[in-house]
Design a protein around this ligand. Structure first.
Ligand SMILES: [Zn+2]
Length: 386
C-alpha cells in the first residue's frame, strides 16, 4: 500500500536525522534532540530506543538539568563496528582500519613490486584480511571495505581505465566482494581524498573545494556546493590529463603534453634521475641537506603545479584548493613557487577568494575518505544518506 510505503520512508528519514544529530552534536538529551530536529518527543523517544537496541547509540550519566529531573545523555557508539579504507596507488597500497567515526585503529602499508591486476588483487585481499583480523570485537564487526583507485571507475565498481596502473576493465568490486565476503565500495582516489578532507580534515568548512591528488599522476576531487561533482558518467576530475603543452611529452593516456607529465611525483622523479634519485623521500632528504640541484627540481615542479592550479582557480572559483597525496611531503620546497605562479597567472578576484593549502591528513586523505565511503554505505542500507 502506498501509505505504508510513505510512512516507512518518513520513519527512515527521521531515524537518519536523529542518528546524524547524535553523531555530530552528542552528548545530547532526548529533549535537545527533539528541539534540534523539530521532531516531537514521542517520535524521538521511539527512534532513540531503536538506535539503542541496534547498539548504534548508548546512554551515559546525567546531563545538566534546567530544573526538574536530570536528563540522560545520548552518545554515538563509534565502536559498534569498523571499516577498512584502502588507497590503491601505483607502487604502494595503504590500508587502514577505522572505527565508525574515522579514527584509525590499525594500518598497513605494502610496496607493490608490479602493477598488473593478477598480482595486486591477492596482495590487496590479504592486506584487507589481516586488518579485518585486527578489528576489536564489536556488534557489527567489519561493516565494509572502501577502495580508492587512481583511475576511471564506473558505478558498478569496475575500473574502466587506470593509465598509470595499466588496468583496463578490471571488475574490482565484484572480484573483491566475492573474495572477501564483505561489502566493497570502489571510487576514484581523488574523490575519496576530497571526501576524507571534507569529513575529517582541512575541508570541513569549505563548500567549493578542489582536492588535488598529486602522486604518480594527478587527479582532482571537485566539490561544488558541498558535494562531489561526478560528471555525466562519474568520471569528472581527470585534470592530470588536461593539455598544458600542445606538442609536449607523451602521456600514458595516449595524449601528449598532459599536466601530469610536468607536475606529478613521476615527472619530478624523472627529472631527478641524473641525481641518481628514485624516490621522493630521498629527494626531500637531499633538499633538506641543502642540495641546490634538488631544490631547483622542486621549484620547477612547483611552478608546473602552479600553472594548472591557476587554471582551476580561474575556471571553478573555489574557496579552497588542497594539495594532497605524496606531494604533501614536498610542501616546504614547492609552496613558494606554486604561490608565485598562481598569483601571477590567475585573475585577481578569483585569486583573492581561493586559499591554497596542503591536505591536513597528509598522505591519508584517500584511505580515510574510502573508509568513510564504506561507513556511509553501511548506514544507508536501512537508512537514508542525507
Ligand atoms: Zn594524459
Amino acid at each position: 500500500m502506498q501509505t505504508t510505503g510513505d510512512q516507512h520512508l518518513v520513519k527512515k528519514i527521521n531515524k537518519t536525522i536523529v542518528l546524524e544529530a547524535i553523531k555530530k552534536e552528542s552528548p545530547l538529551s532526548r529533549a535537545q534532540l527533539s528541539e534540534m530536529t523539530g521532531l516531537n518527543k514521542g517520535t524521538v523517544s521511539t527512534l532513540v530506543s531503536e538506535l539503542i537496541e541496534e547498539k548504534l547509540v548508548y546512554e551515559i550519566g546525567l546531563g545538566r538539568s534546567s530544573g526538574g529531573r536530570k536528563p540522560v545523555m545520548l552518545l554515538f557508539n563509534k565502536t559498534a563496528g569498523y571499516a577498512i579504507g584502502v588507497d590503491l596507488g601505483v607502487r604502494y597500497l595503504l590500508a587502514v582500519l577505522t572505527d565508525l567515526d574515522g579514527k584509525i585503529v590499525s594500518e598497513r602499508q605494502v610496496e607493490l613490486e608490479r602493477s598488473e591486476a593478477g598480482y595486486v588483487l591477492p596482495v590487496l585481499a590479504n592486506t584487507v584480511r589481516s586488518l579485518a583480523d585486527a578489528a576489536p570485537d564489536s556488534p557489527y564487526g567489519v561493516v565494509g571495505v572502501g577502495i580508492g583507485v587512481a583511475g576511471i571507475v564506473d558505478d558498478k565498481g569496475t575500473v574502466l581505465f587506470a593509465p598509470n596502473l595499466e588496468w583496463r576493465q578490471v571488475e574490482l568490486q565484484r572480484l573483491l566482494a566475492e573474495e572477501l565476503e564483505l561489502p566493497v565500495t570502489i571510487g576514484n582516489e581523488a574523490n575519496a581524498g576530497a571526501l576524507g578532507e571534507m569529513q575529517y580534515g582541512a575541508g570541513q568548512e569549505a563548500s567549493d573545494l578542489v582536492y588535488l591528488s598529486v602522486g604518480t599522476g594527478i587527479g582532482a576531487g571537485i566539490v561544488v556546493g558541498g558535494r562531489i561533482l561526478p560528471g555525466t558518467g562519474g568520471f569528472a576530475g581527470e585534470i592530470g590529463h588536461t593539455t598544458i603543452e600542445q606538442n609536449g611529452r607523451k602521456c600514458s593516456c595516449g595524449n601528449k603534453g598532459c599536466w601530469e607529465q610536468y607536475a606529478s611525483e613521476k615527472a619530478l622523479l624523472e627529472a631527478a634521475k641524473p641525481l641518481g634519485v628514485e624516490r621522493l623521500g630521498k629527494l626531500v632528504e637531499l633538499a633538506e641537506s641543502g642540495s641546490t640541484e634538488a631544490i631547483r627540481l622542486f621549484h620547477e615542479v612547483g611552478e608546473s603545479l602552479g600553472l594548472g592550479i591557476a587554471n582551476i582557480v580561474n575556471t571553478l572559483n573555489p574557496d579552497l584548493i588542497l594539495i594532497g597525496n605524496q606531494m604533501t611531503r614536498a610542501e616546504p620546497w614547492i609552496r613558494s613557487s606554486i604561490e608565485r605562479v598562481v598569483t601571477s597567472r590567475s585573475l585577481p578576484f578569483h585569486r583573492k577568494q581561493a586559499q591554497i593549502r596542503f591536505a591536513s591528513l597528509d598522505t591519508h586523505s584517500t584511505v580515510l575518505g574510502s573508509a568513510y565511503d564504506a561507513i556511509s554505505a553501511f548506514f544507508s542500507k536501512d537508512r537514508i544518506s542525507l
